[in-house]
Ligand binder design. Structure first.
Ligand code: 13P
Length: 339
């Protein structure tokens, strides 16, 4: 298939159980990850780490796209090969995070809005020329006392839609990511309510801006209780409530929904995805765009030592394969024990 338009690119990324490797940590966030393994946050270490990930054999057939940070899109491997050539050779398309982080919606507010629309069109043109095929913009929505407000939900939805339209005008698939943060004591019902409001507002804004929904990927959080909630939820509860929120708000033309992991463990993120695909009853592909839930084990195993590259790559390959199966409802817990 020639990937010569946004609809084909979006469908390709989520075809046959494929999903996305989110490796777009900004340099400060990469520093936080490296702190956990005692590795210095310098350009050559970031390059070696990403090169290790992108040369993993398990990308092929399991990963349709990789989201990158600006530095990585322009970076070469140790032997001089552009990192984007390495992933392209494995069938994983390069994508780029284009937002510029978060600012309070107004002075003193705990709620945030994502910035980055200034100069975005020029940046998108440059990224297209370098070889990016898709883009990501992340909005963050917090649950708490009186939060989220409509102002936060609608302001972020409008920014997501404006970004999505610009990305499509430049021939790039926009990933729209309204992340409901897991941090807090909230119940799964509060998470369901926030998720449904955010999705309704987002698709209303996308429609108003005339965004082509067949050339968009949605990256939502799953509906879960807060990480400090007293009542935990079962896998079935998470799967059913997430699907209910999506089915009520996401039009069938959207080709793929690729979840973020948001602080779930690697196996939890796989298990929830598999449970939803086993339930079924939807037209979009339901897949993954995990950062921590794909990388955590590989990062730890690597620990900055070239001798650990193969074992770290095996761990990432295994997770990519497990999530590919989960995106088709074919995963089984026993497959984790054999590894
Ligand atoms: P996590 O899967 O670690 O939440 O990261 C995904 C991501 O890209 C967040 O923007």
């Amino acid at each position: 298939m020639t990937l010569d338009n946004i609809e084909k690119i979006a469908s390709y990324i989520v075809s046959e159980g494929k999903g996305i490797l989110a490796a777009d940590e900004s340099n400060p966030t990469c520093g936080k990850r490296f702190d956990t393994i005692g590795v210095e946050n310098i350009e050559s270490n970031r390059r070696d780490y990403r090169e290790m990930l992108f040369r993993s054999s398990g990308l092929k057939g399991n990963i349709g796209g990789v989201i990158l940070f600006d530095e990585t899109l322009r970076q070469n491997a140790k032997d001089g090969t552009p990192l984007i050539d390495i992933m392209n050779a494995e069938g994983a398309l390069p994508g780029i995070k284009v937002d510029k982080g978060l600012v309070p919606i107004q002075d003193g507010s705990e709620e945030v809005i994502t910035k980055g629309l200034d100069g975005l069109d020029e940046r998108l043109k440059e990224y297209t020329a370098i070889g990016a095929k898709f883009t990501k913009w992340r909005a963050v929505i917090k649950i708490g006392d009186g939060m989220p407000t409509d102002k936060c939900i609608d302001g972020n939805a409008d920014a997501l839609a404006e970004y999505a339209k610009l990305a499509q005008n430049n021939g790039l698939v926009p990933i729209v990511e309204p992340e409901i943060l897991m941090d807090g004591h909230h119940t799964i019902e509060q998470s369901f309510d926030a998720s449904s409001r955010a999705l309704a507002s987002l698709f209303n804004s996308l429609k108003n801006k005339d965004v082509n929904l067949k050339g968009v990927l949605l990256k939502p959080s799953m509906v879960t209780p807060g990480s400090d909630a007293t009542t935990k939820a079962s896998v079935d509860d998470v799967a059913n409530m997430t699907l209910k929120s999506l089915k009520e708000n996401v039009p069938a033309e959207v080709p793929g929904i690729t979840f973020l992991s948001g602080g779930q463990t690697e196996v939890e993120a796989t298990e929830h995805l598999d449970a939803m695909n086993k339930i079924g009853g939807f037209e979009w592909k339901l897949s993954f765009s995990y950062g921590r839930a794909l990388q955590a084990g590989a990062l730890k195993a690597w620990s900055g030592d070239a001798e650990n590259v193969f074992i770290a790559q095996d761990i990432l390959s295994h997770r990519a394969k497990m999530n590919n199966l989960a995106a088709q409802g074919k995963w089984d817990k026993g497959l984790e024990e054999d590894f």
